[in-house]
Each structure stands twice: as structure tokens, then as C-alpha cells.
Design a protein around this ligand. Structure first.
Ligand code: DGL
Length: 278
């Protein structure tokens, strides 16, 4: 196959496909490689060091596939690994390469959605404990009050295909109630985990009818489009063949069966063994 320079999109599992879908819809001309570390998901309950190591291995693999630009379409990896990779690893991995996350583009715009200036952030334990959203939102909207709630059962519900079952209702209601108990004036809820849009129907059901509920796909896609307009040297490195390649560290059969619901189109993936690099 002809050599391509795709945009790499990474997540611990399937969640990043909800971001890829919106990126591809907005920027269909480029080639994309999606990489899900399904064999080691979830990342949300793991230590900083582990999330950093796993994310770095996946970033290195994506660079080997020819990606000049990688989006960490995973809040947990963006919270726990992005800064170290950008500051410590990127200079050695290739000065012209870039790795971007999903937290900053979201923080840059979140304040425009809230009238009460009270917003809720639902995320993994790792993202919540990193405090990354509090730090980033404060930079752009210092007058916003941000309340966080970890939802440790939500990623397993999604990864195990249980997100539409009656069993999921208990865990969705429990987290929404805990968030709103912190401040009933919250009028905007950010789904700060790329797996959570799959639970949107139930999240709406257990939230007040006038609540604004934001997922990140379109926000990240618009931010990437803007980034590429401003960084023409990067934009010119990207190949434009419309290729979409999918890789997983776990079983491709499982990935293909499951990933279609996240991505909305049929997927044929290939297995990657990170130890051998193939
Ligand atoms: N999808 C990831 C995120 O956005 C988290 C999933 C996980 O816990 O691995 O945070």
C-alpha cells in the first residue's frame, strides 16, 4: 500500500470512536488511523505512571504508522499522560510531530453553554482526581463553578455492552444524583469521558429536562479544524486519501462487532501486538 501520513486517534478502548466519528464528518479529506488499547482498558482506575506508560507505547506505535499528528481521544490519557509526552517525550520522538488532547479544547468553550455559571463534569476516577478540568476551565472561565463526579461503573457498562440494559439505570441515576446534590443550580453537564455518549439516553432520562448535556465529539472536531488552519506546515504533512484504518490490542472480531455502534459504520480492524510492534 502507498505510504500515508494519517491523523492518529487513540483511546483506551472504543470511546474515542465517538470522537473520530465527528472528526471524520467535519474533516473527511484526511486519512485516519484509530488505535484502541482494548486489551488494557479501562485506564480510568489506573495510576498516573501506568496510564502514562500505556499511552506512550500507543503514541509511539502510531508514530511508526506514519502519523505526524495524534489526538488522544481519551480524557484519562489527556489528563494523566499528555503533558509529560508533550514536554518530555516529543522532542526525542520527532520535533515536528504533535500530540493533542481533548481537555483543553473542551475547557476553552464550556463556559459559553452555561447561564447559571455552575457546571458539572462527569468523568473517570483518574480524570477527576487529576483536577485537569478544574485547572483548565479556570484559565478560560474563572467565574465558573465546576463540580466533578467520578462514574467508575460507566466505562465497564459501555465496554461490556450493558449500556442499554436495566442494570445500567442504577449506576447512571446514582452518579447524576450525586453530581446534582453538590449544587442543584448546575445547568450544564459535560460528559468528560469519550465512552459516556453511549449512555446519553439514560443520562437524559435521569437529568432535569432543561439540562444542557455536552459530549465532546463536535467540540474536538471543530478545534482540530481550527488547529489545522493555523498550523499549515502540519496540515501539509497529512495525506488525503480518505483511508480509515482501525487497530486494537485485543481481538479484532470483538472490536468489529462492538465498534460499529460507536462509529456508526462497519469497521474491519486488525490486531496489534505492542510487544512485538506488529
Ligand atoms: N474513554 C476514556 C476517557 O475519555 C476512559 C476510558 C477508560 O477508563 O479507559 O476518559
Amino acid at each position: 500500500m502507498e505510504k500515508i501520513n494519517p491523523i492518529g486517534v487513540f483511546d483506551s478502548g472504543y470511546g474515542g470512536l465517538t470522537i473520530l466519528k465527528d472528526i471524520v464528518a467535519q474533516l473527511p479529506q484526511y486519512d485516519y488511523v484509530y488505535f484502541g488499547d482494548n486489551a488494557r482498558t479501562p485506564y480510568g482506575t489506573r495510576s498516573f505512571e501506568t496510564v502514562y506508560q500505556y499511552t506512550l507505547e500507543c503514541v509511539q506505535w502510531l508514530f511508526k504508522q506514519g502519523c505526524p499528528l495524534i489526538i488522544l481521544a481519551c480524557n484519562t490519557a489527556s489528563a494523566k499522560a499528555l503533558r509529560t509526552i508533550q514536554q518530555k517525550d516529543l522532542p526525542a520522538l520527532g520535533a515536528s510531530k504533535r500530540v493533542l488532547g481533548v481537555i483543553r479544547p473542551t475547557a476553552e468553550i464550556i463556559g459559553t453553554y452555561s447561564s447559571s455559571k455552575q457546571i458539572g463534569v462527569l468523568a473517570t476516577k483518574g480524570t477527576v482526581s487529576s483536577g485537569s478540568y478544574l485547572i483548565e476551565i479556570e484559565k478560560f472561565f474563572p467565574d465558573l463553578q465546576v463540580y466533578q463526579q467520578a462514574c467508575p461503573m460507566w466505562v465497564p457498562l459501555v465496554e461490556n455492552n450493558e449500556y442499554e440494559t436495566d442494570g445500567a439505570d442504577y449506576f447512571v441515576k446514582e452518579c447524576i444524583d450525586s453530581l446534582l446534590d453538590q449544587n442543584p443550580a448546575i445547568d450544564t453537564i459535560l460528559l468528560a469521558c469519550t465512552h459516556y455518549p453511549l449512555l446519553m439516553k439514560k443520562i437524559r432520562e435521569y437529568s432535569p429536562a432543561d439540562m444542557t448535556i455536552l459530549s465532546q465529539g463536535k467540540i474536538v472536531a471543530s478545534s482540530l479544524a481550527d488547529y489545522l488552519l493555523r498550523h499549515t506546515a502540519m496540515e501539509q504533512q497529512l495525506s488525503r486519501g480518505g483511508n480509515r484504518l482501525f487497530y486494537t490490542t485485543d481481538s479484532p472480531e470483538d472490536f468489529d462487532n462492538h465498534a460499529t455502534t460507536f462509529y456508526g459504520a462497519n469497521i474491519v480492524s486488525r490486531h496489534v501486538d505492542l510487544d512485538s510492534g506488529t
